[in-house]
Design a protein around this ligand. Sequence first.
Ligand SMILES: Nc1nc2c(ncn2[C@@H]2O[C@H](COP(=O)(O)OP(=O)(O)OP(=O)(O)O)[C@@H](O)[C@H]2O)c(=O)[nH]1
Ligand SMILES: [Mg+2]
Length: 296
Amino acid sequence: MKSGYVAVIGKANAGKSTLLNVLVGEKVAIVSPKPQTTRDRILAVLTREEGQIVFVDTPGIYRKRNALTELMMRTTETAARDVDAVLFVADGHEGLSEEDLALMKKYCSLGIPAAVAFTKIDIMPKERIPAEVAKIAEAGIGADVYPVSARRGKNLKALLRGLFELLPEGEKIFGEDVVSDRSEKFMVGELMREKILLKFDKEIPHGVAVVVNRFRKNENGVYEIDLDIVCEKKNHKAILIGKQGQALKEVASFARKDMEKFLGGKVFLTTYVKVREDWRDKTGLMKELGYSDDNA
Ligand SMILES: Nc1nc2c(ncn2[C@@H]2O[C@H](COP(=O)(O)OP(=O)(O)OP(=O)(O)O)[C@@H](O)[C@H]2O)c(=O)[nH]1
Ligand SMILES: [Mg+2]
C-alpha cells in the first residue's frame, strides 16, 4: 500500500482546510471567509484500501504584519519540510496569481513531488478553467493540476488518485480510526474562534485567541467547558460583549451548538472575555495563549 505525509500549501483563504475536511470526511480544521483562519499545523488522516495520506494543513501564506503571522509562516515552512509530497491549493475563483506560481516553483525546485488543486471551480465560469490551468505549465511547473470543488465534491477522486501516485510504498502511519492529531479540547477552542471569525469584522477576530481552561465530561455525560476569549484591545472587548452581553451570548450559543455536534453530547459553556494588549506582537503573551515555535 501507499502511505506518506502531504503538506497542503497555499495562499490564505485559498480553501485548504475546506478541502481537507471534505477529503477526510470530518471537520478537522475550522473554515471561514477571512484570511488567516488556520493558525496551527494540523494533521488530517485519510485511510483507504490503497493506503493512507497524512495531510498537513498549514496557515495560508500571508504578508507578515505581526509576530503571530511571522510564527504562522514559520509553521508553514517547517510543515512543508520532510514530507513525501506537497499539495498546492490555488483559489480558482480568484485566479492564479504570480504569488501562487512563485510558491509552486519554490517547492518544485526542492524536488518534492507535487500536485495542484485548483479549487472553488463551482463559483467560476467553466470556460475560464483551461486557460488558468495552462498558466501553471507555461510557468514551467511540472505538477499535475486537478480542478476541484470542495463545496460540491467535484473531481476529488481524481485528486486522491493523483496524490496516491506521488506517495511511496509503505505501511499505515496512524491507526485506521484516527482522523486528526488534535484533541477535542483544541477543536472546541477552534470552534469558538471560528464563530468569532464569522460574526465579527475587521481586525477583531484576527486579534482573538481562545484558551480553553476547563474541558471535562461530568458523570451525567455533559461537557463542562470554560474558556477565555482573549482580545488585543479594550474597545474590542466591548464589541465582543455587545450591548447587555447580547453579541457574546449569540456567538457563544452558536459555538455551543457546533461543539455539541462535534462532541456528540450536551455542552455547558462558560465564556470570559479578556484583554491582553497587542498580544499578537508579544512573543511571551503569544506563548501563554498557545502560539509558539514549540507547537510549530
Ligand atoms: N464556493 C466555494 N467556496 C469554497 C470552496 N472551498 C473553500 N471555500 C470557501 O473559501 C473560504 C476559505 O476557506 P478555508 O478552507 O478556510 O481556506 P484556507 O485556505 O484554509 O484559509 P487559511 O486557513 O486562512 O489559510 C471559506 O469561506 C470557504 O467556505 C469551494 O470549493 N467552493
Ligand atoms: Mg485553513
